[in-house]
Design a protein around this ligand. Sequence first.
Ligand SMILES: *Cc1c(COP(=O)(O)O)cnc(C)c1O
Length: 288
Amino acid sequence: MIEIAPLAITTLKSNFLEKANVCIDVLRLDAIHPHISGNKFFKLKYNIDHVLDNGLEGIISFGGAYSNHLHALACAGNMHNIKTIGIVRGDEVENETLKDCIGWGMKLIFIPRSDYKIATQNSSLPQKIKDEFPNYYILPEGGANELAVKACTEILKDVTIANYNKIAVSVGTATTLIGILESCNIPIMAFASFKKAAYMHNTITAKTKNTNYTLIDDYCFGGFGKINSELRSFMKSFYKEYGIELDRIYTAKMMYGILEMVEKKQIHSGEKLLVLHTGGLQGNRTIL
Ligand SMILES: *Cc1c(COP(=O)(O)O)cnc(C)c1O
């Protein structure tokens, strides 16, 4: 897979943070590449290499209609001459995300939510699809596998971790979080993008011995993919104040939580945070 430059860091500057005496540095995974952006770059990296090294014909993966994962996969497949198939949850729809995927040559197959659930939970595709695409590599939903974790352990490679006393990351499948836990020893604030996140502990502890994290689901705004006017206006004011665009599914919710925790002094004077901007900005193009 393509090589990337060391990740940039942006320090947030405002009277609010200065007064609170809290330092927030943002690690800009969103700036890696215009399309293969954020943590999805890392999650795909060794999976793409695996397919190339083994001469497989293509990759089949799964996602919702706004999936950052399918979007990045379609682009990466196009760049490396790997055929891609996206199994999309639910009824056929059109949006900017899927238009790009089709433009990059991804074949989309829409399947009912009930079948999708079975297919993603057991990584068992409907037989018809298996028969049609025999020499394809099956990549789990969100690209969440061992090779993805391996690449996520490299996210902090060029960061001087000693500069920080906490790291914040947003959580979907927790693959990125697990990679971070495997690669450093400082406390991690893990912001869940969905409600009742406690069940994720089993997934996490099955894959890493490092339990130095706190799972926070107070800032998911009612559930995965849910947005409201408060979150929308936060994204606008955050951009105005700090010049950084956030995505509405993951990073906006995390950043809202972080700034509220600073205000409530749950993040204290003197703390130095590294916050991962995991990308996902392509999803903002479709108005919800
Ligand atoms: C996919 C995604 C996440 C979640 O990453 P996981 O490794 O699945 O936990 C976080 N932020 C953004 C922007 C994403 O696209």
